[in-house]
Design a binder for this molecule. Structure first.
Ligand SMILES: Nc1nc2c(ncn2[C@@H]2O[C@H](COP(=O)(O)OP(=O)(O)OP(=O)(O)O)[C@@H](O)[C@H]2O)c(=O)[nH]1
Length: 584
């Protein structure tokens, strides 16, 4: 059944213009199986019914059905077909503004339509409506597009006939046009497209009447009249009738003219075809006048006046509707352009904001880089500053504090000790017979001795001990938080370490140092006081034979300063080099 249904639809589409009677039968066939049709097929059937309603002049019915199809059919192609047919019906119904609006929608959708016959249909409607609105060149342009679409012969014929019809209305009505129309009519006949052929024939007849070839026109029209009336196309019938009436009138065949004029009125009133109606009433008026029937003449003249007004109004209406629709389309386009521009601006704004964010990010990144560079630079500056500071504070040869800074650091340490009531001790170290080392081994070796002796001491010092070179071969160590006894022990450690220091592997040099101690336990927390006391002890150590430690435990002072210390004659035996300052 489905394939059968598809065939029925295909056949209906193919013959609707050519064989309307069979078309009507196919519709009835499809309607009988309506219950089993799919949703898409239901809408397709509705479209065929609408088309047929329009064909027989039931325009309002057709219009409503087509509008439903356009709104509700799921098939884009069918919707476009419906738009095309609706354009036609709206034109016939003199709803020109709606016709042009619908046409515009159809043309907008057209690029998305792949079905060639649908495209042809819409282009044909476009061309015809534009011809009616007097836009002949545009109409010819759409007809040309239509002709270019590859299709079966009869569709090409439709294109050609529409184009020639536009050419006919455009004019001029010369022989070239007549032969073109003739060729077109023959092509359409060959393609079995009687309707198009007859439209072209009516154009030819019209030109012939203009040219006074009335008999020729009558022959052409009458020869094809029977086949034409089988088409049941009211508009064409009205046109044939009015042309025959005109030709007979010009041939002075008044009764024939009257007969066809009255037939024209019938058809034209039914289909609301203003042009043939106006012409027919004019003829009837002239005929009545010729007959001397003044009453009829007045009546027909009045009818002619009204119909002709209508005709002119209709022409203006079409032209105006076209202009209005065009304006509307232009306005819509302008609106779209404005919207696009607005969008573009928004996009640009966004891009700008994005750029701004980006550039502020960049700016921040740049700033951070600069800050980092500055920080790094400051760090390096600080480091080199510290290095310079350190260098300024340090003794160049040995790397320990120089005299000035030893004094500063020792004083700070002593202040701290005094505050916290803690004991601190000062050790002075003087290398023994250093002059002779210099003399014997040279100044460089002397320097080496100084560095080695310092390194030996450093190994026995704590981080918080203050170690400095006081000058030449003399060094000072302030031991914080160190009792006198611990100081003696530590000094002895240092003495041993210095004595054990190897200087030169090839020519062994033994060095020694004498150490003097002064502790805050016996003296004050004043550095100068401690230095004097330790120096006294050191001097004593030198005098006692060097390579030994002496502590100054004397605490009295003389009028001019610090009292000399007193030394025992016999040093304690367990530590041979260590000498205690005995009580007085
Ligand atoms: N190589 C070297 N020698 C120095 C430096 N500073 C001072 N001296 C020398 O150290 C020697 C110190 O000698 P003195 O003060 O006579 O004492 P000493 O020879 O050590 O004898 P005592 O201290 O009595 O054991 C001098 O010859 C100075 O030139 C230095 O930086 N490098």
């Amino acid at each position: 059944v489905p394939s059968d249904t598809a065939q029925l639809f295909a056949r209906a589409d193919a013959i609707k213009m050519v064989d309307n009677a069979s078309y009507q039968k196919l519709i009835e066939q499809l309607e009988r199986r309506s219950a089993v049709l799919s949703d898409t097929d239901q809408w397709h059937l509705r479209y065929l019914e609408a088309w047929q309603a329009a064909y027989v002049g039931q325009n309002d019915k057709a219009r409503l059905q087509l509008e439903a199809v356009i709104k509700q059919s799921p098939d884009a192609d069918l919707r476009e077909q419906a738009r095309g047919t609706l354009v036609n019906i709206l034109g016939i119904s003199h709803r020109y503004e709606e016709a042009f609006t619908t046409l515009d929608q159809a043309l907008e959708e057209l690029p998305g339509i792949v079905n060639n016959s649908t495209r042809q249909h819409v282009l044909a409607e476009a061309s015809q409506l534009l011809t009616e609105a007097g836009q002949y060149d545009l109409a010819i342009n759409y007809a040309d597009q239509l002709i270019l679409i590859p299709s079966a012969l009869n569709y090409r014929c439709v294109g050609v006939s529409i184009k020639l019809d536009a050419e006919f209305y455009k004019g001029p009505h010369d022989d070239a046009l007549v032969s073109q129309l003739q060729r077109g009519a023959n092509d359409c006949l060959a393609a079995d497209h009687t309707l198009s052929a007859d439209v072209l024939r009516s154009d030819i007849a019209s030109i012939e009447i203009e040219q006074g070839k009335n008999s020729k026109a009558i022959t052409l029209l009458r020869d094809t009249y029977q086949d034409m009336s089988k088409l049941q196309y009211q508009w064409l019938e009205a046109r044939y009738n009015v042309l025959l009436a005109e030709a007979y009138w010009k041939q002075n065949s008044t009764s024939q003219a009257e007969k066809y004029a009255l037939s024209t009125v019938d058809a034209a009133l039914q289909g609301n075809f203003v042009e043939p109606l106006s012409s027919a009433y004019q003829l009837l008026y002239q005929i009545a006048q010729q007959k001397g029937n003044l009453r009829d003449a007045v009546m027909y003249h009045e009818k002619f006046r009204i119909a002709d007004d209508n005709r002119l109004d209709n022409i203006h209406e079409k032209a105006l509707a076209y202009q209005v629709a065009k304006q509307q389309v232009e306005a819509n386009k302008a609106e779209i352009i404005a919207l696009n521009k607005q969008n573009k601006i928004l996009e640009l704004q966004q891009a700008l904001e994005h750029k701004e964010v980006e550039s502020s990010r960049l700016y921040i990144a740049l700033l951070l880089t600069v800050l980092a560079s500055i920080a790094f630079w400051l760090y390096r500056l600080n480091r080199s500053h510290l290095r310079f500071m350190r260098m300024a504070r340090l003794d160049g040869l040995t790397g320990i504090l120089n005299h000035q800074h030893f004094v500063e650091e020792a004083e700070r340490s002593l202040r701290h000790a005094a505050k916290s009531m803690r004991c601190a001790s000062l050790i002075l170290i003087d290398l023994d017979h250093f002059k002779s080392i210099n003399d014997k081994h040279g100044h460089t070796v002397g320097d080496q001795v100084l560095r080695r002796a310092v390194a030996a001491c450093q190994r026995h010092l704590h981080s918080f001990d203050v170690f400095g070179r006081l000058g030449g071969e003399e060094f000072g160590i302030l031991l914080s938080e160190c009792s006198a006894e611990s100081a003696i022990e530590r000094a002895e450690q240092l003495r041993i370490a210095i004595h054990a220091t190897p200087i030169d592997d090839f020519s062994p040099i033994t060095i020694s140092a004498s150490l003097g101690i002064a502790s805050t336990f016996h003296h004050s927390h004043d550095l100068r006081c401690l230095l004097v006391a330790a120096d006294e002890a050191l001097y004593q150590a030198k005098r006692d034979g060097r390579n030994r430690v002496v502590i100054n435990i004397a605490s009295y002072t003389t009028a001019n300063g610090y009292a000399p210390t007193h030394y025992p004659a016999n040093a304690p035996s367990d530590r041979e080099s260590l000498k205690y300052v005995a009580e007085k």
